[in-house]
Design a protein around this ligand. Structure first.
Ligand code: ADP
Ligand code: MG
Length: 201
């Protein structure tokens, strides 16, 4: 079973990964975006870490909902509401239980990814964060590490895709040949989860 502290540690580990990879995320957002994905997420997850370290809610669901609200209020770019929705919806699904099973968490995250798809209107293959989140969550039934690896593979698979949503879609055919920044940060999110679940962080 996973308690509130597990989810706090996931968010803290994500903040560290985003900090470490911020320059790369921004570089990926240069040719097919506006070069702010790293700074957007750094601002957001630094705020999430600050909020949760100051006052960790007692339930897993409340931790994720608080994190999601913080992202929505601190990140200006498209990724703020999308990641905010992912975490809020996942947290809402978890309800107010003090501890949740891995199976419950998997179902909740699946609902969270569905909410991102509805909000952004993107489908698999549109070259967005969903191209990492969907295979990642699908592999959660195997293990947290398998989910992280599948998300990483999903991010790499965005390179030959043409973007159909978000800023990159304005480039049309010229979006081909570049890795999607949001899919890359989604792989970081699931990588941080695997590190925390494996007791590495
Ligand atoms: P902005 O595009 O507003 O500058 P960011 O640079 O922070 O925001 O985030 C860009 C990322 O957001 C993209 O790489 C993509 O993965 C994701 N994204 C953009 N629009 C959508 C959408 N409609 N659905 C899903 N993901 C999206
Ligand atoms: Mg951007």
């Amino acid at each position: 079973m996973r308690d509130a502290d597990f989810f706090r540690r996931w968010m803290v580990a994500t903040a560290a990964a985003v900090e470490r990879e911020a320059d790369r995320l921004t570089e990926l957002d240069s040719p097919i975006g506006d070069a702010d994905h790293g700074s957007n997420l750094m601002r957001g997850f630094t705020a999430v870490r600050g909020a949760l370290n100051k006052d960790t809610p007692a339930a897993p669901g409340a931790v994720l909902q608080h994190a999601g609200r913080t992202l929505i209020s601190t990140v200006g770019g498209a990724s703020g509401p999308l990641y905010g929705t992912l975490l809020r919806r996942t947290g809402k699904e978890l309800g107010d239980a003090a501890e949740v099973s891995d199976e419950d968490f998997r179902g909740a995250l699946d609902a969270g990814v569905g909410a991102v798809a509805r909000l952004g209107g993107a489908a698999p293959g549109d070259k967005t964060m969903l191209d990492a989140l969907i295979p990642g969550v699908a592999a959660l039934g195997t293990s947290y590490r398998a989910a992280a690896d599948a998300a990483e593979g999903g991010a790499l698979a965005t390179v030959p895709m043409r973007a159909h949503k978000g800023r990159a879609s304005y480039l049309g055919e010229r979006s081909v040949g570049h890795q999607d920044p949001g899919a890359t940060s989604s792989a970081l999110l699931l990588g941080a989860l695997a590190d925390v679940a494996d007791g590495l962080l």
